[in-house]
Design a protein around this ligand. Structure first.
Ligand code: FAD
Length: 294
C-alpha cells in the first residue's frame, strides 16, 4: 500500500477526497456509492474524519478498514486526541495498522460540545497535535499529516505563533499538512510562504469545498474562520434563491480557484466531499485531473 507522500511524487497535480463517518445505515449506503464513484477517478488517496466520540468513531474505524480491504483506494484515517488516553490512542493506531491503514492525519481536535470552548486534555491524554504526531511516529512506519490554517488557528494569538507551532508539527515528524478552507489562492500561498520562511520544506495541500449550495458557502465561511471577500459574496449571494444558478456559479468559482492553485504548483487538491461525489467529479473533470485509465 502506497503512502500519501508517494502518491504525490508525480510531475502532475492530483486530487484527493475527504468523507465523514456515516450516522446510520442509509448514510452509509450514500457514502459507499460516493466512494465507489470516486474510486473510478483514481484519487491519490481518500480520508475519513474522526468524530467527537461514540458511534461516529466506530464509523471511521469500520469504514476506513473496508476501504483498505475492499477498494483500490489509498486510505488515510483522521485521528484526534479528544477524550482519549494515550493507551486508547495507541490502540486505535495499532488497529489502523492491523487493517492496512498506513496514513494518519494527526489532530488535536476540539472540545466536545463547544468547539470554541477551552481545551481540556484527557487526564492520561495529549495536549497538542504535535504530541500525537510523535506518538504515531513512535508506533510504526506511518505517513503522517497534520492540519494547517491559512488565516491562523482560531485559538492562535497571531500568524507568527501559529506558523511556529505548525512547523513544530513538521519537525516532530509530520510529512505534510492539509490546509483548512480558504477563499483566495493568495491566502493559501501566503501560508506556504510563511512555512518556507520558517525553514520548513514540508508539503502543503489546499483543502477545497465545491460550493454547490448556500449551505456549503456558510460552512466554508465558518470553517475558514475568516471573513468572506465581498467579490465572492457578490457572485453567489444574489443566486441563493436559484439552486441551479448557484451551483453553476459556485463550481465556476471553485474551478477558477483550483486552476490558480495548480498554476502555483500545488501537488494535490483535497476535496471536502460532504459524502457526495458529483460536484468533485465535475470539478476534477474540468481541471483535467482525471487519469487516462478512467
Ligand atoms: P494543534 O496543532 O494542536 O493546535 C491547536 C492550537 O494550539 C493552535 O492554536 C496552535 O497554534 C496551538 N499549539 C499547537 N501546538 C502548540 C504547542 N506545542 N504549545 C502551545 N500551543 C500550541 N477535527 C476533528 O474532530 N476530526 C477530524 O477528523 C478533523 N479533521 C480535520 C482535517 C483538516 C484538514 C483540518 C484543517 C481540520 C480538521 N479538524 C478535525 C479540526 C481540528 O481538529 C481543529 O481545528 C482543532 O481545533 C485543532 O486541531 P490541530 O490538530 O490543528 O491542533
Amino acid at each position: 500500500m502506497k503512502s500519501v507522500v508517494e502518491r504525490l511524487r508525480g510531475d502532475t497535480p492530483v486530487f484527493s477526497v475527504e468523507f465523514f463517518p456515516p450516522r446510520d445505515a442509509a448514510d452509509e449506503a450514500v457514502l459507499w456509492r460516493s466512494i465507489r464513484e470516486l474510486e473510478m477517478f483514481d484519487p491519490a488517496y481518500m480520508s475519513i474524519t474522526y468524530g467527537a466520540g461514540g458511534s461516529s468513531r466506530d464509523g471511521t474505524i469500520r469504514n476506513i478498514a473496508r476501504v483498505a480491504t475492499e477498494t483500490t483506494l489509498v486510505p488515510m484515517a483522521h485521528l484526534t486526541a479528544v477524550n482519549h488516553s494515550v493507551a486508547e490512542l495507541r490502540n486505535v493506531i495499532g488497529w489502523y495498522a492491523a487493517v492496512g491503514v498506513r496514513n494518519i492525519l494527526a489532530l488535536r481536535g476540539d472540545p466536545p460540545g463547544d468547539p470554541y470552548g477551552d481545551w481540556v486534555a484527557h487526564p492520561q491524554g495529549l495536549n497538542y497535535a504535535e504530541e500525537l504526531v510523535e506518538l504515531v511516529r513512535s508506533l510504526g512506519d506511518f505517513c503522517v499529516g497534520v492540519s494547517a490554517f491559512p488565516y491562523g488557528h482560531p485559538r492562535s494569538p497571531d500568524l507568527e505563533t501559529d506558523t511556529r507551532y505548525l512547523v513544530r508539527k513538521f519537525n516532530a515528524g509530520a510529512d505534510f499538512g492539509i490546509a483548512q478552507l480558504f477563499f483566495e489562492a493568495e491566502d493559501f500561498l501566503r501560508l506556504r510562504d510563511r512555512v518556507a520562511a520558517a525553514g520548513s520544506d514540508a508539503l502543503l495541500i489546499p483543502g477545497v469545498m465545491p460550493l454547490t449550495t448556500p449551505r456549503t458557502l456558510k460552512t466554508t465561511i465558518k470553517l475558514s474562520g475568516a471573513r468572506c471577500p465581498q467579490w465572492l459574496l457578490d457572485r453567489l449571494e444574489p443566486l441563493e434563491g436559484d439552486p441551479k444558478a448557484f451551483r453553476a456559479e459556485g463550481l465556476d468559482v471553485v474551478t477558477e480557484l483550483c486552476e490558480r492553485l495548480i498554476a502555483e504548483g500545488v501537488p494535490d487538491l483535497h476535496f471536502y466531499t460532504f459524502n457526495r461525489s458529483k460536484a468533485t467529479r465535475e470539478v476534477v473533470n474540468r481541471l483535467g485531473l482525471v487519469p487516462a485509465r478512467t
